[in-house]
Design a protein around this ligand. Structure first.
Ligand code: NDP
Length: 288
């Protein structure tokens, strides 16, 4: 087994545990943005759990690297299907689906994950350009790929999991272009769960701070000032790593989640840290 670079030892992930619904042998999983970060963690964990995985992104060398590492983790050394594609291009999305079906004959699990942050003040002259780019990548690509995948997911009683963000629930100045797109992903999940059920389950995970290229570092030892401020407001007091999210994706795709649909897994982040929350200084109640 090759040591994973996603900070946890995948040797602990026992794909053979009977009854846990975590054996994905024979399942076909397509995860966008799987050449890095959260998507990389997702394809590696599914590969470890026996699935056939599709690895995709724009950078050919990274797609190849992840495909090779995922193959090493596979109990049967199954070779992933590696596809270089830009999810903002319709032709590439069509190719993703057709190659997956040509290779495996079916699709069981679709993970919409490829995304990126687009930040800047509303008053900036390029705001609308950023907005359009953000929606194209973080929302429209999810919808378009889902639209192409549904006929195949219908046949397998498949499931869809989309990666949104805490940003859909936490407004920040300068975050509008990204927040609106991710809010759309949350609503897409709820409406599609109604429309595609009972055949297809549809869920969303809204990660908080995860150490990936998205925040420009993957090193747990590099904790920036902004990281610290965010971490201080979270219950577990540590940043997430890709495998944390991958485990939640696997759970939602597993038999364990057979009655879970239309859900958004949104982590809690308190608005104030204890030290700067004026209420924490307040003494209430009767004196004895
Ligand atoms: P990374 O930057 O590590 O990974 C992003 C992935 O998306 C890469 O594989 C990248 O590959 C791919 N990608 C980006 N643009 C395109 C495109 N146009 N076409 C095809 N693939 C593309 O970031 P994360 O793993 O952190 O991000 C994954 C998801 O998680 C995103 O949707 C992000 O919004 C969300 N998220 C992340 C958080 C975090 O703190 N990290 C917090 C909340 C949400 P390539 O560059 O090769 O195309």
């Amino acid at each position: 087994i090759v040591k994973s670079d996603i900070y946890y030892d995948l040797d602990d992930e026992d794909y053979s545990r009977e009854g846990l619904g975590r054996n994905f042998t024979g399942k076909v999983v397509l995860t966008t943005g799987s050449s890095s970060g959260i998507g990389e963690g997702i394809v590696k964990l599914f590969s470890r759990l026996g699935a056939n995985v599709v690895v995709t992104g724009r950078k050919a060398n990274e797609v190849q690297r992840v495909a090779e590492e995922a193959q090493e983790l596979s109990p049967l050394k199954l070779k992933p299907l590696a596809i270089v594609a830009d999810v903002t291009k319709s032709a590439d999305l069509n190719r993703l689906i057709s190659k997956t079906i040509d290779t495996y004959g079916k699709l069981d699990i679709l993970v919409n994950n490829a995304g990126a942050g687009f930040y800047g003040p509303f008053r900036a002259p390029d705001f609308l350009t950023k907005f359009d780019q953000s929606v194209a990548l973080n929302l429209r690509a999810y919808l378009e790929l889902t639209h192409l995948a549904v006929p195949y997911l219908d046949k397998t009683n498949g499931t869809i999991i989309s990666i949104s963000s805490t940003s859909s629930t936490l407004p920040t100045p300068g975050g509008l272009a990204y927040e609106v797109a991710k809010t759309g992903v949350d609503m897409m999940t709820r409406t599609l769960a109604l429309e595609l059920g009972p055949r297809i389950r549809v869920n969303t995970i809204n990660p908080g701070l995860i150490l990936t290229n998205f925040i420009n570092h993957t090193d747990p030892d590099v904790i920036t000032k902004i990281d610290k401020e965010v971490i201080a407001r979270t219950p577990l007091k540590r940043p997430g790593v890709p495998l944390d999210i991958a485990r939640a994706v696997v759970f939602l795709a597993s038999k364990e989640a057979s009655f879970i649909t239309a859900a958004n897994l949104v982590p809690l982040r308190q608005q104030f840290d204890k030290s700067d929350n004026p209420r924490s200084q307040q003494v209430t109640g009767r004196k004895s």
